[in-house]
Design a binder for this molecule. Structure first.
Ligand code: IDC
Length: 410
């Protein structure tokens, strides 16, 4: 009886160590499994992929490889200036794995409001600075909307793009969206006339930059552009959708334009209704985002703001400065984060995902959020190696402590 117990007692460290090892393995596997559910995103970064250009229908990097940009769109910069914060950009780049941010300059505010331009420009320039610091591409958006035809403010647009393209001529991060959403009676021929004047302004300073051009009816009519595309190189065309409002009919517009070989960039899209508010249709969103993924289409999601509307990522009760911690996010914010991180759109569980970070995420944050150069697939193996090392150390400590205990008991 005693010898039995004695033998068992000497084996306890071993049993404990094995139990600890099993626990750590389970923990590890959970981590690997959680990561495996996320696509191995080829996260293009300016420091690695350099200046982008358009080849056929695709956005390609400096080596000619196809890349996809995924990220967020701000709301109007003058209305929600507090998102232009270095911590917010860092979290977007590292934790959300955004490789793109769209900075929204409403042309009406710029052109028609007192101090409009003076308020927008510093925010825009700070935003570009933070995007560069965080190795993200950045889309400069001349956001026409209620001024439905870009020709209305064409002279100011020319001035704006002349300034921007000169200032950022040698910066590979910057892409230009020259008119957000032409609408009303604005035709493709109106838009072409505008583009034919604005693109040369940009090209004079920054000959190879990517320029994205809006299409009629709020960027929902790319087919007319496909029938009569512009003659410039490195040009893409815009398509926008809101999953709460847009179903199969619109999806045909995108498919036909793609079939006709048009290079498409979804510079803005949403899960809400087209008003930016109302219901969030995650099921329909899964269809849209799957279609984008299948066609390597880049996109940004609306919107990085704390406006009280369903498309906003940050809860309206959250006061700046924002950190983008999970407990600040809305349902839409949690969805956007998972989507951009690479989770398969059909398997995102937006409802179940709000709330505190799990243990694994906390550990990841401690070790990897600070100072690293943009998370990409290559980070995964060092991370796994580190977890394994931690697990081994834990096992050693546990068995050591128990061995000491057994020794002292004897
Ligand atoms: C919406 C905002 C809303 C704002 C409105 C007018 O969500 O808070 O009051 O603009 O400025 C777009 C536009 C984008 C819209 C968005 C949602 O590009 O400016 O933002 N949307 O309505 N096109 C389709 C939807």
């Amino acid at each position: 009886m005693f010898t039995h117990f004695g033998r068992l007692r000497t084996r306890i460290p071993l049993i404990l160590a094995a139990a600890a090892a099993i626990l750590m393995c389970a923990f590890l596997l959970h981590g690997i499994h959680a990561d495996a559910a996320e696509e191995r995103v080829k996260t293009a970064r300016p420091s690695i992929n350099g200046a982008l250009r358009v080849s056929g229908q695709n956005l390609v990097d400096q080596y000619g490889d196809i890349v996809t940009l995924r990220g967020v769109s701000t709301h109007g910069l003058t209305w929600f200036p507090d998102v232009i914060d270095p911590r917010v950009f860092k979290t977007l780049a590292k934790d959300w794995r955004c490789n793109l941010i769209r900075l929204v300059a409403y042309s009406q505010v710029y052109c028609e409001e007192d101090d409009g331009a003076e308020t927008i420009m510093p925010l825009l320039e700070k935003g570009i600075e933070y995007a560069i610091e965080n190795d993200m591409y950045v889309l400069v958006d001349w956001h026409i909307l209620e001024d439905n035809d870009p020709n209305i403010h064409k002279d100011q647009a020319a001035e704006f793009f002349e300034y921007m393209s000169k200032k950022y001529a040698d910066v590979p991060n910057v892409l230009y969206e020259i008119c957000n959403e032409p609408n009303g009676g604005t035709t493709w021929s109106d838009i072409s006339a505008y583009a034919n004047e604005i693109i040369p302004v940009i090209r004079a300073n920054s000959p190879d930059s990517v320029v994205i051009v809006g299409t009629p009816d709020y960027d929902r009519s790319p087919i007319v552009a496909a029938m009569s595309p512009l003659t410039f190189e490195n040009v893409m065309y815009t398509f926008h959708f809101y999953a709460g409002s847009h179903y199969d009919v619109l999806d045909a517009q995108l498919r036909v334009a793609l079939d006709r070989g048009l290079p498409i960039f979804v510079t803005e899209c949403g899960v809400s209704e087209e008003s930016g508010d109302g219901k969030l249709d995650f099921e329909n969103a899964a269809k849209w985002f799957t279609l984008l993924k299948q066609n390597n289409i880049s996109y940004t999601v609306w919107s990085l703001s704390n406006k009280k509307e369903s498309s906003a990522f940050i809860q309206d009760v959250v006061e700046p400065p924002f950190t983008l911690a999970d407990n600040e996010l809305t349902l839409m914010g949690m969805y956007a984060k998972q989507l951009i991180r690479g989770t398969d759109p059909a398997s995102i569980n937006a409802e179940g995902s709000t709330g505190a970070m799990n243990l694994l995420e906390q550990i990841k944050n401690v070790f990897f959020t600070a100072g690293s150069q943009g998370i990409n697939a290559a980070m995964d193996w060092p991370r796994i190696a580190l977890y394994t090392l931690l697990a081994m150390i834990a096992v050693l400590i546990l068995s050591g402590v128990y061995a000491l205990y057994v020794k002292s008991a004897n």
